[in-house]
Write a protein that binds this ligand. Structure first.
Ligand code: ARG
Length: 564
């Protein structure tokens, strides 16, 4: 039942405006004394040529009470509606209980494909916290869209191609050894890569050598490619350890190297369409009309670029997946890069350029000193996650030392805290790591929501099982219960809103508000000690909240332990 729509229909019957238009204007008053819903009549003044309070009076006399509404009241220019509380609670709770983990599911995305390009770290470089955001936001958007019936394709567009690998090959041949790389993995690759840069300052000819090696890679030279493949495998192994900890999967690991043999026809197409221009020996697409610097397609030395591969990848994805939307999760410092090559796609005459969406996010900053930075200034994802688990373990030892499976719970809560912290604010805001804040069990945090969920589970463990049909919902008519029900009712719309805005924080915040409302409900209403009818009715609230919190966390990529 859509109460808002019922109200809008009743209003529409007594004034000359469509129910849809009215529904959009129906408000939820901040103050419960002004009703559960309110309709301001100001907008009707023009159509009905009367003062708004007069219109409200007239509506009050004529309106038929909408289904689910107990009372209609006129205050000034407002028509206020008071819900029939227990009927409303019944409607909402029955729906959640019946649908269980399917509550919030919808088919709005049915038949539509969304490609999500996320995480996409650069191989032979450590997986640092900057890639965390792309990974967790991308994963949440994936889960959210999947819930709405979209066909999702998650792509890890690894940075695994480019002149930097020529540099790495030179560095390895000069200063590396098989043993050291096998022993220290990416750390060792980083070390020799940094050394290359230091040395190249004195010996610029090293750069020419590196370019040659990259050209060899492009041309399929065996020695060059086998070294590259080795670096690649080592990197992927390390990345997968992080993905396992985060519980993140991809449908395809088609990184930049995948497009090596697919770029030539695209460059040819650009040429044929008259878009390619020579500039200082390089090939560019001019974007003066678009007020942007030119998009570099081919370097002076024949090397292709990040943008060349992105353009090629977009054409490949359109052909392969026929997406309705292809979204790219990167920090906002890549805004220009995406704007430029999206413009190139447009100039190529593809009207689906509109469906390419860059979804930028802010930077990660550290509450300095608190994070171990074992390796200079880069904070490694793996270290960070291990530290989150260790910090959580300390809290558990303090709060609940006899908890079973402490290790597993610390992992779920520690990692959940990191993910939640990342998804709590609108993505464009910078994220600050502060263990104290993100692990605060009473704050607006992952552990707080998880703890509330575990509390609900604990109540249910102590209570008897029951059937929804046994519940007498007329026992539920207090404000705290109403508040919980309203938030549960809003859950499906929040999922859709999060998808529409590509903004997981819509959901993250809603979960915090549900947890807060539930804790108030729990505080105001004794459950296990109440008489049977009341107890069962309140238990229905507990089951519904538990279900929605667990499902909401799942959509964000966070586990919900039953005990904490
Ligand atoms: N590898 C890039 C980086 O670490 C991110 C790639 C994003 N995806 C893309 N299709 N450009 O900055």
């Amino acid at each position: 039942m859509d109460i808002k729509m019922e109200i809008a229909k009743s209003l529409s019957a007594v004034c000359s405006v469509s129910a849809e238009e009215i529904a959009a204007a129906v408000e939820v008053p901040a103050n419960g004394e002004m009703g559960d819903y309110a309709y301001p009549c100001f907008r009707l003044a023009k159509v009905m040529r009367k003062a708004p309070p007069l219109i409200a009076q007239e509506i009050g006399e004529k309106i038929e009470k909408p289904v689910g509404v107990a009372r209609v009241q006129i205050v000034g220019a407002y028509v206020n509606f008071f819900l029939d509380k227990s009927a409303y609670a019944k409607e909402v709770l029955q729906t959640v209980l019946e649908q269980g983990t399917q509550y919030g599911k919808s088919e709005v995305g049915k038949g539509k494909t969304i490609v999500i390009d996320y995480s996409s770290p650069n191989i032979a470089k450590p997986f640092h916290v900057g890639h965390l955001r792309s990974t967790v936001i991308g994963n949440a958007l994936y889960q959210i869209h999947a819930r709405l019936g979209y066909h999702c394709v998650g792509i890890n567009h690894l940075g695994d191609w480019g002149t930097q690998f020529g540099k790495l090959i030179v560095a390895y041949r000069k200063w590396g050894s098989k043993e050291a790389v096998e022993k220290d993995g990416i750390q060792e690759l980083m070390r020799i890569y940094v050394k290359f840069h230091d040395e190249a300052e004195q010996m610029p000819e090293l750069n020419d050598e590196a370019r040659l090696w990259f050209v060899k890679m492009q041309d399929g030279d065996e020695e060059a490619l086998s070294l590259w493949k080795w670096f690649y495998d080592i990197s992927i192994q390390e990345f997968e350890r992080v993905y396992d900890m985060l519980g993140v999967r991809f449908d395809a690991y088609t990184g930049e190297s995948f497009y090596n043999d697919k770029m030539a026809p695209v460059v040819e197409e650009l040429k044929e369409k008259g878009l390619l221009k020579e500039s200082e020996g390089a090939m560019i697409v001019d974007l003066e009309e678009e007020n942007m610097p030119p998009c570099l397609i081919i370097r002076k030395d024949g090397g292709t670029l990040y943008a060349t591969r992105d353009i090629t990848a977009a054409l490949y994805r359109k052909k392969t997946y026929d997406f309705d939307k292809c979204i790219y999760l990167t920090a906002l410092d890549q805004n220009l890069h995406f704007a430029q090559w999206f413009a190139v796609i447009k100039k190529m005459g593809y009207d689906w350029y509109k469906d390419l969406i860059h979804v930028p996010f802010g930077l990660v900053s550290l509450d300095s000193g608190k994070l171990s930075t074992r390796h200079g200034n880069v904070v490694l994802m793996e270290d960070l996650l291990h530290q989150a688990i260790a910090e959580t373990k300390k809290i558990i030892e303090e709060k609940n030392p006899s908890l079973p499976e402490k290790e597993a719970v610390a992992k779920k809560v520690g990692i959940g805290a990191v993910i939640f912290n990342d998804l709590y604010n609108t993505r464009i805001k910078d994220v600050v790591f502060s263990w104290e804040r993100m692990l605060n069990f009473d704050g607006e945090t992952g552990p707080y929501v998880q703890y509330t969920h575990a509390r609900a589970c604990s109540i249910l463990r102590k209570a008897e099982t029951f059937q929804t049909s046994e519940v007498d919902f007329s026992k539920l008519d207090d404000e705290a219960t109403m508040q919980v029900c309203k938030l549960l009712e809003a859950f499906p719309a929040k999922i859709q809103d999060a998808a529409a805005k590509l903004e997981p924080s819509v959901l993250t915040r809603h979960l915090v508000v549900i947890a807060q409302a539930f804790n108030k409900f729990y505080h105001d209403n004794p459950i296990l000690s109440s008489e049977t009818d009341v107890r069962l009715a309140r238990l229905a609230v507990v089951v519904a909240v538990k279900t929605v919190l667990a499902e909401g966390l799942r959509l964000l990529g966070i586990d919900a332990p039953e005990q904490m």
